[in-house]
Design a protein around this ligand. Structure first.
Ligand SMILES: Nc1ncnc2c1ncn2[C@@H]1O[C@H](COP(=O)(O)OP(=O)(O)OP(=O)(O)O)[C@@H](O)[C@H]1O
Ligand SMILES: [Mg+2]
Length: 347
């Protein structure tokens, strides 16, 4: 009944007020956007609690979401300077992610959309990462090449329109973020690993030769598992020989090997597809070395780089609202029996 009524009666606005909710991992997040403008973006994270266990414990994440969701939504609405009654649609991550964690955000969003009598929009978390750039550059329009590098995904995508994509290449094993997290563990750094590897890398030199995975070969595919193993082997060999080595140099050399290939392949894809823009998204894009190198490389090649601010690369709800806006414009609303999904393809 709700779904039928919503589909028949919703008038699509040009600049709708969209509330986004994200709870797929250890961040409970809510954001409000008007058109492509971010009015608020709030996050309550259980990362400090999770760090004690060296990674995300699903049950701890779910419990933290149930405690935080109410407050984070209230904060986001309040900071946006709007009232709930003004919201035109509620967008929420329905997958991929931890099932229990997703269910908290999804259930809250369903209740909110139903009580406000507005559409519910079910968002694929990865499509959210890909849509973050639309908030960074309000004039950005497809087509372009998307460089996606997150905790669970690494891909070069030809974004043909707001809703059509072609995955040109992806990781064959570990994702870039996963490699950062695993290398962090080998170097004795705390969870979350990526930012800590970056911090340590700043003190080191790029003077250890690690394999640049599928640099020339493999089309647009990546493989991070060989690089990760090379780092582990290097550290273990040095330790077994009782030789001193610089952890900072390992971090720096790994970071170069992990990042350079991403950028080279993204640029090659833009040239081969005759596209002038590279858009970046996902947690690894928060990496300072990657951001700077991508910016410089694009400039040198006469390409435009759209790199969202760091807080919109790692998990956040503004990106969910951004993808929500695309789905809203397409009239793609979700019924109230929409279920959470642990794994979903990009499309
Ligand atoms: N500064 C950084 N340098 C390198 N990696 C980083 C940095 N900041 C975050 N990361 C990495 O980004 C990942 C987290 O980002 P993201 O939100 O995209 O992952 P996720 O939500 O767990 O995975 P996915 O989005 O693929 O489902 C982690 O692997 C983390 O180590
Ligand atoms: Mg993510």
């Amino acid at each position: 009944m709700y779904f039928d009524t919503i589909q028949k009666t919703t008038v699509i606005r040009e600049e709708p007020l969209i509330l986004g909710i994200e709870s797929s991992c250890d961040e409970t997040a809510c954001a409000v956007i008007r058109g492509r403008k971010i009015l608020s973006s709030e996050i309550i994270s259980s990362a400090t609690e999770q760090a004690k266990y060296g990674g995300v414990v699903p049950e701890i994440a779910s419990r933290a979401h149930t405690e935080a969701v109410d407050e984070v939504v209230e904060r986001a609405v309040c900071k946006a300077g709007v009232t709930l009654k003004e919201i035109d649609a509620v967008a929420v991550t329905y997958g991929a992610g931890l099932l229990g964690a997703l269910l908290v955000g999804l259930s809250f969003a369903k209740a909110l959309a139903y009580s406000l009598g507005v559409p519910l929009i079910a968002v694929n978390h990865i499509r959210g990462h890909m849509a973050a750039a639309y908030l960074d550059d309000e004039a950005l329009q497809p087509p372009f090449i998307t460089l996606l590098a997150s905790g669970g995904h690494t891909a070069i995508i030809h974004t043909k329109s707001y809703t059509e994509f072609e995955v040109l290449g992806a990781t064959l094993d570990d994702a870039a973020g996963e490699a950062f997290d695993k290398v962090a563990r080998v170097l004795g750094l705390q969870y979350p690993g990526g930012p800590n590897v970056e911090r340590l890398a700043r003190e080191g030199k790029n003077n250890i030769v690690f394999p640049k995975m599928l640099k020339g070969e493999g089309g647009y595919n990546f493989s991070y598992s060989g690089l990760k193993t090379a780092v582990i082997n290097y550290c273990h060999t040095m330790e077994m020989k009782g030789q001193e080595y610089s952890r900072a140099d390992v971090a720096c050399s790994f970071q170069h090997a992990a990042v350079d290939v991403l950028i080279q392949k993204a640029i090659r894809a833009a040239k081969e597809k005759h596209l002038s823009t590279i858009v970046a998204g996902g947690g690894v894009i928060a990496n300072g070395y990657l951001r700077q190198t991508l910016e410089i490389a694009c400039k040198a090649e006469g390409l435009k780089a759209v790199i969202p601010a760091r807080q919109y690369c790692t998990d956040n709800a503004a990106m969910i609202a951004s993808e929500g806006l695309i789905q809203y414009k397409a009239g793609n609303f979700a019924p109230l029996d929409t279920n959470a999904k642990a794994a979903i393809p990009l499309r």
